[in-house]
Design a protein around this ligand. Sequence first.
Ligand code: ADP
Ligand code: MG
Length: 293
Amino acid sequence: ATPTALLVGTGRGAQTGILIKGPEVLESTRKVDTIVLDKTGTVTTGRMSLVDAIAEQGTDRTDLLRLAGALEHSSEHPIAQAVAKGAAAEVGELPTPEDFANLEGKGVQGVVDGHAVVVGRESLLADWSQHLSSELVARKLAEEQAGRTVVVAGWDGAARGILVVADTVKPTSAQAISELKALGLTPVLLTGDNEAVARQIGAEVGIDKVIAEVLPKDKVDVVAGLQGEGKVVAMVGDGVNDAPALAQADLGLAMGTGTDVAIEASDITLVRGDLRSAGDAIRLSRKTLATIK
Ligand code: ADP
Ligand code: MG
């Protein structure tokens, strides 16, 4: 192996928007057989928008938008940004929360207009004994089966409504997945979102294996678990909460459109944020290795 050949390989990668951290990374690309893909921001655009807000009977829809929107305005999460933006567009200026806390991978809680408000996954509200009516449970399920993400809002001890948020699959994701399969890799979709949404997004892009409802801190355990089964794992992610999993993976690939923390934890950066570059990176690296053997 000559170091020159490795440099040529990494240099060519740079021209195509693929940054490889060092020549030692190439070797890892040869053995990988499984590729774990984060859903939001990696397979999907992560640019979400609020498409519906449905209040429980007896709750004013404007209050639902106002209280949930005010709380979400303080969160950076793509779901939160969509809710806050959609709410403000409909009800105007949102109040500033008197208190706010982010519950990583679960939702947000705080005080708005004197009400103790919580917005997040259904299980978070259930922990506080706030349950949706059977009508809204059914509506939530139907939206999720259509691939939309639904969060629940509650205040003063009861669930008050649901917020429906839509994210879109990136136009290149399906092609990217089929290219990864052609390279002999088994794709796995990993997300904190629920099973129904994950299955629908998986079906849209051609991923059969989905691992859903995984808390941010547990993503690293999923990668380690697959490694424990003897898999050699590549992971593609974009978020701060993907960083430990990207570092744990045998080959970590970060979307260049993602956070610095994810990029730092990775071996390869896909500058363009186009998932097709993942297959290109692996193919290019393997080819470079072949020329120097
Ligand atoms: P992903 O793994 O798809 O990037 P996260 O781990 O960030 O998603 O979040 C997992 C789930 O937690 C979301 O699908 C949502 O139900 C809930 N959640 C997280 N943050 C928020 C928030 N700010 N507002 C409402 N729900 C949230
Ligand atoms: Mg993400």
